[in-house]
Design a protein around this ligand. Structure first.
Ligand SMILES: [Zn+2]
Length: 276
């Protein structure tokens, strides 16, 4: 599932590839309807054909295409959605936005959970509130104070950091990696963090996400950039999916546990449950 850094990498590429280009047509396929829900695709085609792509931005894990006809398309890739810029439709194509110039924009999705919602500028104003998107950990404005306001209560840290209504941009990969970087056990109660550990966690989140974006995200299976290229952060993972392997800091064995259906990875030695 693409997380914040993957969606940001796609958005960054699209900014240079499609902003300023004109929509020539919408091409639909067998499963296009599952993308749009109630939206009438023929009406949408009439509305956006001839309009220009004004901007591409990320809001939470949504890719937002702003069109000059006061239409905003909010694409959420969910599990296996992919965005490509190329001439021919890829496998499992669900929608093609034909553009002037080189290459069309395709949305492919093998499992058909991806969605494309349609908004006006007015409706975009409180998008984060409507979608219950928490503080954006990838934003340059994300601060230690933001983190302090979120990390509280008796829930395990891992669960709090994965709660997209509190903090967005981290997913399971980056929560595990950031907690390892900070040397903090994922199952520690959020409220048990000292000021020092809170600072360490903040720094670790920023460092981890910055490095992930620099590597254009993590590709295990479906995630691709619009060019079809893969991310490379999977080569830099230090705990995620390394169960049974030696810790890269101390050599102890990496452990795995299940929490709320998600896997938690940690080194018992480097990430003690309580402070010594
Ligand atoms: Zn260790």
């Amino acid at each position: 599932m693409p997380e914040g850094p993957e969606v940001q990498s796609i958005v960054t590429d699209l900014q240079s590839l499609i902003v300023g280009r004109r929509v020539l047509d919408l091409v639909t396929y067998e499963y296009t309807r599952s993308l749009f829900g109630e939206v009438d695709v023929d009406e949408l085609r009439d509305e956006i054909t001839g309009s220009e792509i004004v901007s591409v931005t990320r809001r939470g894990k949504n890719i937002i295409l702003q069109l000059s006809s006061d239409v905003y398309l909010a694409i959420h890739l969910r599990m296996t959605g992919q965005v490509f810029l190329r001439d021919d439709a890829p496998k499992y194509c669900r929608l093609t936005i034909k553009l002037d110039g080189d290459g069309d924009l395709h949305l492919a999705d093998v499992r058909t959970f991806a969605t494309c919602e349609v908004y006006s500028a007015d409706e975009m104003v409180d998008f984060e509130m409507k979608k219950k998107i928490g503080v954006d950990a990838l934003s340059p404005a994300f601060s230690l104070r933001d983190l302090q306001s979120i990390v509280a209560g008796k829930r395990p840290l891992h669960a709090v950091l994965l709660d997209q209504t509190k903090i967005s941009g981290l997913g399971n990969i980056y929560v595990n990696e950031a907690l390892f970087e900070a040397g903090i056990h994922p199952l520690r109660k959020a409220e048990s963090l000292s000021d020092d550990l809170m600072k360490r966690l903040y720094k670790a989140i920023v460092v981890t996400l910055t490095k992930a974006i620099k590597n254009r995200g993590t590709t295990f299976s479906d995630y691709r950039l619009p060019s079809g290229e893969m991310g490379s952060y999977q080569k830099h993972l230090r705990v995620f999916r390394r169960t049974g392997e030696p810790c890269l800091k101390c050599g102890a064995t990496i452990k795995r546990e299940k929490l709320g259906g998600r896997s938690v990875f940690y080194c018992e030695k480097c990430q003690p449950l309580s402070e010594p």
